[in-house]
Ligand binder design. Structure first.
Ligand SMILES: [Cu+2]
Length: 381
């Protein structure tokens, strides 16, 4: 019994029955009530599809807005020649983006095992660093980022700034990985539509990388993640606006992940005005991905506590970029309200995006073009 010795060392005198259960399995079974986590508001894929068909009808009849179908990644549509994700990652920092040589965000399947490992290790490095202070409830550098999202939640969701703000937020995450943890590759993104209904089978959710994605139990509980790069992690920011120690938990509902199809993404992207597309993406594929992974990920404010949040938001940003590729004006104009307060303050290219001092403020206009002075990346497709 190779586990008995370790168990005795760890636990001292324990009941004989407990000694026969390997500690790893015992921990994997730790459940967490899902009542403390809320969920993201949604629209149905049928609603999005009906709307998309109406738009199509208008176009065929000739009295609707013109739109072109999204056409994959920015710039060259050819796949990067290098198998490694080392792109021109310094360009954006220097304010000299060469549109012919940006960082290329590779889909997880195209991201090499070495890149994947470097990515999760860099995230773990942020978790292992102390908080810089000044971010409410945060107890490590990674949680500084989580805290910013928690604090700003009311102004960055269900309004026009949702997509630009989260693009800015992902870029902050990227620069912390680079500057504080030596990460020197382009970020990956996750094409969730290829895993719709089968998120848990993705290699993302293995012990090599983000740890498992256990299903919600039959009595509606989540499971603490005890293996993988983030196994045994205690979160201090959240759930909601609280600061309660809780485990990194997941509770997959593949019925919900099954809704994250390319059809749904395309139906949302058929909308020709920005804010109509944004609303559909936010309450559609974005919300179902969050709710489908469940537990920490299904709670709006502190969902970045699960590091897979960023792979998910890279997927959301990819959808935004594909929509933008449909017309050049979509990288230099925006519509909708800047916040959820009424009366509406119209969003503009000058609307400020803040991260509560984690990084300097920027503007919506700075992040609309991913090949501009502020950002310098494209997606592999
Ligand atoms: Cu968010």
């Amino acid at each position: 019994m190779r586990f008995s010795v370790a168990s005795q060392v760890l636990c001292g005198a324990v009941a004989v029955s407990a000694l026969s259960i390997p500690r790893s399995i015992e921990k994997r079974l730790k459940l967490i009530g899902l009542g403390q986590f809320g969920s993201f508001p949604t629209i149905t894929p049928e609603e999005a599809h009906r709307e998309a068909e109406n738009i199509l009808k208008d176009i065929i009849l000739g009295d609707g807005p013109q739109f072109k179908h999204g056409q994959g990644g920015v710039g060259s549509s050819t796949k990067p020649s290098s198998a490694s994700a080392v792109g021109n990652i310094a360009a954006a920092d220097a304010g000299t983006c060469d549109p012919n040589n940006p960082a290329v965000r590779l889909e997880w399947r195209n991201y090499s095992p070495d890149d994947r490992k470097a990515f999760v290790d860099a995230i773990k490095c942020l978790i292992d660093k102390p908080s810089s202070g000044g971010f409410q409830g945060s107890q490590n550098r990674y949680e500084d980022i989580v805290s910013v999202h928690q604090q700003l939640t009311p102004s960055i969701h269900q309004s026009a700034v949702f997509l630009p703000w989260h693009r800015y937020y992902v870029s902050i995450f990227e620069s912390l990985l680079r500057e504080e943890c030596g990460f020197d590759r382009a970020l990956p993104w996750w094409d969730e539509t290829l895993d719709a209904g089968n998120f848990a089978q993705s290699s993302i959710f293995t012990d090599e990388y983000f740890g498992p994605l256990p299903a919600k139990t039959s009595d509606g509980q989540g499971t603490c993640i005890e293996s993988g790069t983030f196994g045994g992690l205690t979160l201090h920011v959240g759930p909601g606006s609280r600061f309660t120690d809780h485990c990194l938990a997941r509770a997959a509902d593949e019925g919900l992940t099954g809704v994250v199809t390319s059809q749904f993404v395309q139906d949302c992207n058929s909308r020709s005005t920005y804010d109509a597309m944004r609303s559909c993406q936010e309450l559609g594929p974005h919300a179902y991905g969050h709710n489908g992974i469940g537990a920490v990920m299904s709670e709006v404010q502190a969902s970045p506590g699960d590091p897979v949040f960023f792979l998910h938001h890279l997927f959301v940003d990819h959808g935004f970029r594909v929509w933008q590729n449909g017309d050049p004006s979509r990288s230099s104009t925006i519509d909708g309200c800047a916040g959820s307060s009424s009366p509406c303050t119209p969003v503009s290219m000058d609307t400020v995006l803040s991260s509560n001092g984690l990084r300097p403020d920027t503007t919506v206009g700075a992040v609309m073009d991913t090949l501009g002075d502020y950002l310098c990346y494209r997606y592999d497709y």
